[in-house]
Each structure stands twice: as C-alpha cells, then as structure tokens.
Design a binder for this molecule. Structure first.
Ligand SMILES: Cc1ncc(COP(=O)(O)O)c(C=O)c1O
Length: 343
C-alpha cells in the first residue's frame, strides 16, 4: 500500500495493486480523497466495503495507456503487459459499469507510466492518449481531476556535479529531464481539459537529497579485481541488486587520490550485494568513509532485515541542524514479536 498525502486525509489518494478489505475500510474511515482502482475485482470490493459502511467511495480508475516509458523493465508500469491499471481500450466500459454501482462516486481518472523516466516523449504520448478519455469522462461522469502520476527521472551519474546550475545548462538534454521539459510535454494535452491536474512525484523530490554513508572494512586484491568491502549492504540499498541501479560513490576524504578500478561490495553472502562494479574510484582504505549518493528515494523505504541486519538510522540535515529522524535498530528489535515454542 502506498498513499500520497498532501494537507490532510481528504488530499490523500490510495494507490497499490491489491487493496485488502482492511485497507479499504481504513482509507474510507480516514476520508480518502480517491482510490486509484486497479481492476474490476477491486472496484467491486470497494463498492462492497463502502456499502457495509453506508457511504460512497470516491474513485478514479488507473488507466494503463500502453506506453513504453523507456525505463528499466522493473519500473515500467504503463505497458499493457504490466500488472497495473485497466487497459485504455476497456477503461470507458469499466467507468460505465462503475456508474451503476450504488456505493461508488466517480471522481477522476489516474495513470502512472513508470519511474526514472528521462525523456519527455513517453509523458507526451500518455497525456495525449488519455486526454480524449478524460474529456469523455468529464462530459459523461462529471469527473473533477486527472491524476498524471509521477515518474520524472533524476540524475544518478554525475549527481554531485548536477548540484550546480551550470551543469544543467551544459549537460545536454540526453542525460536529464527538467520540470520545464515535463510541463512542455503534457500541458498541450492536459490544459484544454479544464480539470484539476494532480501529480505524484516521488523520486524527483527526494532522490538526490539523500546519501547512504558507509565505512570501508577491508580492501581485497585478487588477480581478477579489487574489492572494497564496506559495512552497508544490499539490505540497506537494494537498487543496484534489484535493477542495476547506478549510484555515484564518493570518498568523504582524500578525493584527490589516484583512481583505482574496483568493485564496492557489501558483506552479505550474495554476489548481487554490490554498490559499484569495475568503477574508477579514488583508492580507499579500511576505516575510510564513503557516500553513496542519490539514495533519498527507494533507499531506506526498500530496506529490509535480510541477513539479520538491523536497519540504519536516518539523519535529517536542515541547514546547520542535525536531527536523528529515526534511530538505528538493535538486534533486540529484530526478534521482538517472535514467540518461542511452549516447552
Ligand atoms: C502510483 C504511483 N505514483 C507515483 C509514484 C512515484 O514515482 P516516482 O518516484 O518515479 O515519481 C509511484 C512509484 O512507485 C507509483 O506507483
């Protein structure tokens, strides 16, 4: 379950492909602004649960426009072969069916074609494909909003340099997308609709704001490679293992040292437990600290206790204020809730 909250419960939409009855009850009691409906089964269940609470559930159907987002296949969500939403060819028919359900209030239409999208073309294509449907829905069902999802990609390669305005002016368009590019791609299709337009940007807001700090434990030279073994692991940041996510890695000191080709790896017993492979990075030694950049999105939230590793603390830096936003888990935390067999 994921929810997007703005000013209060009525500003929150509920996304997630398989909403359970309990989640639907919770969202309705909280006064959810709208459910993003992912299937006809889910629509029927939402109607049923709302009926049992004697209320109407506000909904938008998540429409799958069958657009190639040109991103990694694990984070592409708007192709017909992806599990998300209801296909654009059937969407109107499902809206007509929704209109006959007694405990459903049709409020909008929603889409989300994927994540880490660096080209404006797929956004333009999705907006154009859905605009016609949205216009019909406005006339027939008086919808009030069009939620266009998230997906704007961030800079991973050259993350540090992209902190400067000059970088954006000189980098060329192939390596990044700006909010202006995004707006220019979708406004022509969306503005004439006269609907409230909602966005769900995630990574773009926080991705570059976070760094995973780690300490080098060992440096192992083998005939094939140099492995720098650090104390962070795939359970702390799974993007490299899950979808070959690329993160810039910088030493906190000695940045000027001559680069050495190395793998930066974690201690977990998985060959997928790496943060960089065959990368030129200034030579590192035990106890040196590194920053794995752009870890602010899909970092901590995707972390786990795999290999009995307690989760890391999260530290918020606001100007000169350092705030412990979440403390480090302890080994006791990991076994809390386990029940021994009665003897
Ligand atoms: C429905 C929905 N909206 C928005 C987002 C945020 O995507 P991004 O971080 O790429 O902006 C996601 C990410 O999984 C999502 O599933």
């Amino acid at each position: 379950m994921s929810s997007r909250r703005a000013a209060g419960p009525d500003k929150c939409t509920f996304a997630g492909v398989g909403k359970t009855r309990d989640e639907i009850v919770y969202a309705l009691r909280e006064g959810v602004y709208s459910f993003n409906v992912e299937s006809e089964g889910e629509l029927a269940r939402i109607n049923d649960v709302a009926g049992s609470l004697r209320i109407k559930a506000p909904i938008a159907i998540r429409v799958n426009p069958d657009v190639d987002a040109k991103t990694h296949k694990f984070i592409s969500t708007g192709k017909s072969k992806n599990k998300f939403g209801i296909g654009i060819d059937r969407a109107l028919e499902v809206y007509e069916a929704a209109a006959t359900l007694p405990h459903i209030h049709i409020r909008g239409v929603q889409t989300h074609i994927g994540s880490q999208i660096l080209e404006s073309g797929p956004f333009a294509e999705a907006a154009a494909k859905l605009a016609e449907l949205a216009s019909v829905l406005k006339t027939r069902h008086d919808i009030e909003f069009f939620d266009f999802g998230g997906g704007i990609g961030i800079v991973y390669d050259d993350a540090l340099a992209s902190g400067s305005k000059d970088w954006w002016e000189q980098s060329g368009t192939a390596r990044r997308i700006t909010p202006e590019d995004y707006a220019a791609a979708i406004i022509p299709a969306l503005k004439p609709l006269g609907l409230r337009i909602l966005f769900e940007p995630g990574r773009f807001l926080v991705g570059n704001a976070g760094a995973l700090l780690s300490t080098v434990q060992y440096v192992k030279h083998t005939p094939a490679k140099t492995f720098t073994i650090v104390d962070a692991a795939m359970n702390d940041l799974i993007r490299p293992a899950l979808y070959e996510g690329w993160h810039e890695i910088v030493p906190l000191k000695n940045k000027g040292t001559a680069p050495l080709k190395m793998d930066i790896v974690g201690p977990v017993c998985e060959s997928g437990d790496f943060f960089a492979q065959d990368r030129d990075i200034p030579e590192l030694h035990p106890d040196d600290r590194i920053a794995i950049l752009s870890s602010g999105a899909y970092g901590f939230v995707m972390s786990s206790n795999y290999n009995s590793r307690p989760m890391l603390p999260e530290i918020l830096i606001d100007g000169s204020t350092i705030h412990l936003a979440r403390s480090r888990q302890t080994l006791e935390d990991l076994i809390q809730g386990e029940t021994p067999l009665p003897s």
